[in-house]
Design a protein around this ligand. Structure first.
Ligand SMILES: NC(=O)c1ccc[n+]([C@@H]2O[C@H](COP(=O)([O-])OP(=O)(O)OC[C@H]3O[C@@H](n4cnc5c(N)ncnc54)[C@H](O)[C@@H]3O)[C@@H](O)[C@H]2O)c1
Length: 436
């Protein structure tokens, strides 16, 4: 089968590479010429474990192609996935301009039946606008060519994207016709040979499933952060509370880690977009509004703890371990590190940061506002405090005496609860975690 994926970011590139890996002929389309040029040379614009080998392998095998020209591919494929970005607008709603521009291109150039599948995260009802955009373009051309739309929201996690795509917990597909269902079944069968977990539903439910799933995960994080903050006040340890409550199989242990807030390209924007959709329907989602408010506060928590410790921060040298919004990715969109950096700079601090892969993304965004270290030890040279922001594996077992020797003052604020308080204090650190 021949398919196209429009939008070659985290989702589009992983989707394209994984379908190609299963033998499908995939054309990846992006408007970013520089990105496409690099991809043709198998140079990846993002960091995702295992993806570079998979892309090179499939490019070499002639199954994975890159182009900037959607017109060129529309009539060569049976299915076209839309995986372009849906960034937040000022008011929190999802910006659908890229999605609708893809729909318009399809309507403008299609000469035969096509199934347009939306993989981007879009609010309920977007499929109606997509259909209208295609129909309008066809009307302008005075043609009426049959097409179907489907919704196939993506649940992959950056950092584990290939594994998630190759063996998904489930695939959610919103469809409106048997023909679309047949095409989607054929495409996904290789991924789910042993346990075919494609959940077919109507399009609105599929669109909503994606937001509800992300909203639930964000809720668990904010809930735990709220409990952690209370733990600190009542003298409980949130790690123990988490283990105690998470071993209840009705609750489960995942997404219950307290920390310095969630970030990334999905949770913050999807929570905002769902709140906006709800308010458009005059049904405020009160729980989700609280989830967002708790997270905003949580992203400031390490700064507040530092301020509480020192009282005055001007001229202090602060070491940051971790810039990416989570480990195994170079994505810094909405990362808690950025909120922290802004607050620290406003307070007059000097910042030296280390991250295994996200330094060039951060430097691109922040320029020379902060300095960067080559490893965890040089990051803490002369530091008045070390703030741990991302739970990369490389931060888990450093040689602590070497860290302490480098620091001017042995204060550690552990935003991801990676370390044992007693062990840290025995070495001579002043240690503060979250909710402990
Ligand atoms: N990143 C994730 O972990 C993740 C997970 C699940 C779902 N999603 C959703 O998937 C969608 C894509 O997310 P992403 O993180 O891959 O975005 P991204 O910003 O990394 O990539 C989007 C790509 O689309 C391209 N693009 C924009 N308009 C285009 C057009 N008209 N034609 C062709 N290309 C165009 C951009 O140049 C960019 O390369 C979003 O809706 C997001 O919410 C993301």
């Amino acid at each position: 089968m021949k398919i196209a994926i429009v939008g070659t970011g985290y989702v589009g590139l992983v989707t394209g590479a994984c379908f190609a890996e299963m033998g499908t002929d995939v054309s990846c389309v992006d408007i970013d010429e520089f990105k496409v040029e690099r991809l043709r040379r198998s140079e990846l614009p993002i960091y995702e474990p295992g993806l570079d080998e998979m892309v090179s392998r499939n490019v070499e095998a002639g199954r994975l192609h890159f182009t900037t020209d959607i017109r060129d591919v529309v009539n060569k494929v049976d299915v076209l996935f839309c995986a372009v970005g849906t960034p937040p607008e000022e008011d929190g709603s999802a910006d659908l301009s890229h999605v609708l521009s893809v729909a318009r291109s399809v309507g403008k150039y299609m000469e035969r039946y096509i199934l347009l599948v939306t993989k981007s995260t879009v609010p309920v009802g977007t499929s109606l606008h997509i259909k209208a955009a295609i129909a309008e373009e066809q009307a302008t051309r005075k043609v009426k060519i049959p097409f179907d739309i489907a919704s196939n929201p993506e649940f992959l996690k950056e950092g584990a994207a290939i594994k998630d795509f190759m063996s998904p917990d489930r695939v959610v597909v919103g469809i409106e016709s048997d023909r679309a269902k047949e095409l989607m079944s054929k495409l996904y069968r290789p991924f789910l040979l042993n346990n075919f977990r494609v959940l077919y539903m109507d399009v609105a439910s599929a669109e909503m499933t994606k937001y509800a799933a992300n909203a639930m995960l964000a809720t668990r994080i904010s809930f735990m952060n709220d409990i952690a903050n209370l733990c600190e006040r009542v003298g409980a340890d949130v790690n123990m509370v988490r283990t105690g409550m998470g071993s209840d199989i009705r609750i489960g242990s995942r997404f219950l880690y307290a920390g310095c807030g969630y970030g990334g390209s999905c949770f913050p924007k999807d929570v905002k977009a769902l709140i906006k959709t709800a308010s458009d329907y005059n049904y405020p989602l009160r729980i989700l509004e609280a989830v967002e408010a708790v997270n905003e506060d949580q992203k400031q928590l390490l700064f507040s703890k530092l301020m509480e410790y020192y009282g005055e921060l001007s001229g202090k040298c602060i070491a940051l371990w971790g810039l990416a919004f989570k480990p195994e990715t170079d994505d810094i969109r909405e990362a808690p590190s950025l909120t922290l950096i802004t607050k620290l700079l406003e307070a007059g601090c000097k910042i030296k940061a280390y991250d295994p892969v996200a330094i060039s993304e951060t430097a691109h965004k922040l320029g020379g506002a902060i300095s960067y270290a080559d490893d965890i030890y040089s990051a803490v040279e002369g530091a008045d405090a070390l703030l741990v922001v991302t739970e990369w594996k490389v931060f888990r077992m450093p040689t602590w005496p070497d860290v302490k020797k480098q620091m001017r003052h042995p204060l550690i604020l552990d935003g991801r609860n990676l370390y044992d308080k007693k062990e840290m204090e025995d070495i001579g650190f002043i240690y503060r975690g979250i909710g402990r």
